[in-house]
Design a protein around this ligand. Sequence first.
Ligand SMILES: Cc1cc2nc3c(=O)[nH]c(=O)nc-3n(C[C@H](O)[C@H](O)[C@H](O)COP(=O)(O)O)c2cc1C
Length: 441
Amino acid sequence: MKLGLFLQGGGHHIAAWRDPGVAVDGPQSLAHYVETARIAERARFDLLFNADTQATFGPDDIDVWKRTTGALRLEPLTLLGALAAVTTHIGLVSTATTTYNEPYHVARFFASLDQLSGGRVGWNLVTSAAAAEAYNFSRDAHAAHADRYERAAEFAEVVLGLWDSWEDDAIVADKERGLYFDPAKLHHLNHKGKYFSVRGPLTVKRSPQGRPVIVQAGQSEAGRELAAATAEIIFTVQQDLGDARDFYADVKRRAVACGRSRDDIKIMPGVMPVVGSTMAEAEAKHEKLQALIHPELGVKTLSAFFGMELSSFPLDGPLPEAPLANTEQGRQKVIRDLARREGLSIRQVAQRVTGVRGHRVLCGTPQSIADSLEHWYRSGAADGFNIMPATFPAELHDFVDYVIPELQKRKLFRTEYEGTTLRANLGLPMPVNRWAATTTA
Ligand SMILES: Cc1cc2nc3c(=O)[nH]c(=O)nc-3n(C[C@H](O)[C@H](O)[C@H](O)COP(=O)(O)O)c2cc1C
């Protein structure tokens, strides 16, 4: 079972920052992240995941964000660079959007961090959930979903190409002959496409793990297609075991159709565990956090997910039928399906999903939480989980001290790292440089 630790300021619960045990400077404090990374590495997590949006809020949704810490975000590669220096084995995964970046930048940032960390980096390729990013990048509006994915596919092609610029043995460093690298093993990409024109090569040599691991977190039709072709990890938001199994089977089938192996993609749903010595204690801990959610927050947060103002509809009635908005379609569908399945009103859906953005909440004892993770893992719904502690560091400690030993006792989770690169620890194959066959033939 693979385990990621999803970083998020003082905790994944939207009201975590109001918990008396949570430091209010968590979202932007180096000490907080260093402590978190060290706890995670001691526990043998596969990776740390840092999500990102390059905008605080749009003109209309400041009322959502003023009640949360969500408007504060450090630039992720800067943060992960600092964490690379204080860790040795744990993977370092960050989001970078294909909608508001250039591929050369992204290829170079991640390749550099991969060098400096000894091959521990992953790139979460997203097309941007937050429409407000457009206003920080000289655009008047967020590009349409389909156009964002078309650009993303070409973007990924360019980044992958740039990461093959240098063959593994390109650097000869022959001091006697005065030859630093073999020019036959350095390649120009010369890409010319609809969105990008990139000559290359990259200024960073080949990574110790071949190239950074490609991660994705889209669940729309277009997201699944791109993931099947390129992703090696998929983070998902899933509530229901049946839906999770369908998604898992669907994406693995698509990957095989793209000529890949089922094992080349690790699917990791997000889970917020709340651990207690009894079920009642765990539920009480969760209830305490739920009670800290400001009353204004619920429906407004839900409105932000759906890109429409829901407070103008009867709150005790159902979610209005509407086409999926131009943001993150996978999450909208998961929330809509939950509401339909359980016949929930707008107010009830808001109560259920505001706490942790639609992710699954797992309240229980270490044994019952391990049972549930094991059940999803063994029934073809997940290769692992993206763990989202409700509060840092208290809930992280509880997961590490009580749930991980239970998973280890069941031989579901490692007690030692298998290797020093993210790829080795995930059991992913080492990619072959596209030019290797041409120059060694
Ligand atoms: C666990 C998880 C993490 C995500 N992280 C980000 C992120 O950091 N930044 C972002 O813009 N979108 C993020 N997303 C949203 C989508 O991955 C992203 O916007 C995608 O390109 C569009 O999603 P869709 O295919 O479901 O419409 C995340 C989604 C999930 C489930």
